[in-house]
Write a protein that binds this ligand. Structure first.
Ligand SMILES: Nc1ncnc2c1ncn2[C@@H]1O[C@H](COP(=O)(O)OP(=O)(O)OP(=O)(O)O)[C@@H](O)[C@H]1O
Length: 299
């Protein structure tokens, strides 16, 4: 490894916005998915990204990580333009993010440990095999999997374990940015809540900035610092959930204040109140709220 590359590895981004998207337009034939879309992601936040099905959440993520070349606009990650860089050009940012794609995208013929080794081999071919395996093992444990998962194949894992294995691979290179595309989709509520907690803990202990695409209202309420809403081919609002709920855009109202939104809010209120059960008022409120609401639309 060159000295320059080595120095770069230890320099973390200190600016305010590690991701800046300006005037982004993406078209597929006659369909315009994004038009003049702007977004700034703050360093150290978990930014939730929501929008209707087909509104362009995944295309936005793919644009930011350089997998989708937009028709117009600029995207800067760590102040470096992703658009102007050639796909295979070394611009020194591709090893500073980790991505958990929808469904995990693990290599089925490799064990979990070997999956985690893939990016290490790609970006640090000089690392000795013993150390590489040790780093992979550590990332698997960091993702909340048991030791024996290292030697298992993806087909031997439950849905939740696969997500964690995908997360371990996303963390392989000690990234500063973590992209998660629907991480809790397909998990039961307990598994989803555990994955949310893990995301929050990792963000805090590793100082990550997290770009999180989700439909999961519990995730939005529980762990997102801010939420960006895609509608009408743009980001129409970026704010905390309570502030978004005050906006009168029809999609936002339907999403956050509809039955599923209210159920998620009640669940969050209950979690908070249960931390204060020594207070009679909390006991009283929990009793009142802890009834299944009539006609609750189960998320
Ligand atoms: N490579 C492609 N070629 C043609 N159309 C595409 C391509 N990728 C995405 N699209 C279209 O762009 C639109 C946005 O897709 P995208 O996957 O970003 O939506 P999404 O908001 O992530 O949806 P979902 O919540 O259903 O996952 C869709 O209409 C999709 O069909």
């Amino acid at each position: 490894m060159s000295a320059a590359k080595q120095t770069h590895k230890h320099e973390r981004y200190k600016g305010e916005y590690p991701i800046v998207v300006e005037g982004l337009t993406n078209r597929f034939g006659p369909i315009t998915v994004h038009e003049n879309l702007d977004l700034k992601v703050r360093r150290g936040e978990i930014l939730g990204v929501v929008g209707g099905s087909g509104s362009g959440k995944s295309v936005l993520m793919r644009s930011i990580i350089g997998l989708q070349r937009p028709n117009e606009g600029d995207i800067r990650v760590f102040d470096k333009s992703i658009i102007q860089a050639q796909p295979d050009e070394e611009i020194g940012v591709r090893d500073r993010w980790g991505v958990l794609f929808q469904g995990g995208a693990l290599f089925s013929t490799l064990t979990v440990g070997e999956n985690v080794e893939v990016p290490l081999k790609q970006f640090y071919p000089e690392i000795h095999e013993t150390l590489r395996k040790e780093i992979a093992r550590y990332k698997v444990l960091l993702s909340g999997l048991p030791e024996e998962a290292v030697r298992k194949y993806p087909s031997e894992l439950s849905g939740g374990m696969k997500k964690r294995a995908g997360l371990a691979r996303a963390l392989a290179l000690d990234p500063e940015l973590l992209f998660l595309d629907e991480p809790t989709a397909g998990l039961d509520p307990i598994g989803a809540a555990a994955f949310d907690r893990l995301t929050r803990e990792l963000k805090e202990t590793l100082g990550l900035t997290v770009f999180l695409i989700t439909h999961d209202l519990d995730t939005l309420h529980e762990i997102c610092d801010r939420v960006a809403v895609i509608a009408d081919r743009k980001i129409i609002a970026v704010d905390t959930v309570p502030k978004l709920m005050e906006l009168d855009h029809p999609w936002i109202q339907e999403y956050f204040n509809g039955p599923r939104g209210r159920a998620a809010l009640t669940a969050q209120a209950l979690d908070e109140l249960r931390k204060h059960m020594d207070l009679p008022i909390a006991q009283h409120a929990v009793k009142a709220l802890d009834k299944p609401p009539a006609g609750k639309d189960k998320a």
